[in-house]
Design a protein around this ligand. Sequence first.
Ligand code: ATP
Length: 276
Amino acid sequence: MFASHDLNSSPGPALARAGAEALLCVRGVSLQFRGVKALSDVSFDVRPGEIFSIIGPNGAGKTSMLNCISGRYSPTSGSVHLQGREITRLHPQARARAGIGRTFQNLALFGHMSVLDNILAARHTKLRNNFITGGLYWGTGARVEEMRHREAVEEIIEFFGIAHVRHALAGTLSYGLRKRVELARALALEPIVLLLDEPMAGMNLEEKEDVARYVVELRRERGITIAMIEHDMGVVADVSDRIVVLNYGRKIAEGLASDVLSDPAVKTAYLGWEAA
Ligand SMILES: Nc1ncnc2c1ncn2[C@@H]1O[C@H](COP(=O)(O)OP(=O)(O)OP(=O)(O)O)[C@@H](O)[C@H]1O
């Protein structure tokens, strides 16, 4: 789909280093909303440093799965582990501190705040000198920490090429730029795993290429593991290492992107693609 098909040519340092052990481990996750079974006994592993895609038709349970990982929902049964630590029942903030970062299907920036303040606000959850401890901690330590955070934010702004809009109100930016700021904000929390919910939805080809490149660079340059929902199969094929396919809340396939995407059953029955 993209002009450049070598987006995924380098597996990145973390994947090369880590071998095949799981970083994020989803086991037997089910989720029920009254009468609706959104997820039924879904298990998969996301390995260190990989770009992992969750795909499937509308209503398959993809966002529900991301929400069970990020803590927005608690699974009815099953478990989620990050680096061997169970996080199934932790609140979203505690999961963010544990290393789960995420972006949303619909933009969730503070439109009336500047780009810089949006990113700093996210970073704030990492600050030790919050309102409660501030009185005890205020002084040289707090100033040094504040400087460290500002440096980290500047580096992120540089990484995403958004320095020219740093003081612009987020709500005034183009959709593509706002998506980049959203990624920057998620990165400010220094996640171990970044969950992306349709990061390229509503974008034209050029904007999609742009975001896809940042996703690949996040992994390659920062060693961040990515788990994302994406509907555009061209993007999925270009950037993913491995894929899980959901349908009616059940896992119907998991494996290397090339294998899963060429599986005739997946193509015909679940993605509406023409069989090979
Ligand atoms: N908060 C909720 N309350 C009730 N039912 C829900 C809720 N969230 C999701 N569902 C249902 O759970 C099922 C899975 O929905 P989910 O949004 O996870 O699918 P999806 O694969 O992300 O779909 P899409 O690609 O359209 O975003 C659907 O039948 C949906 O209607």
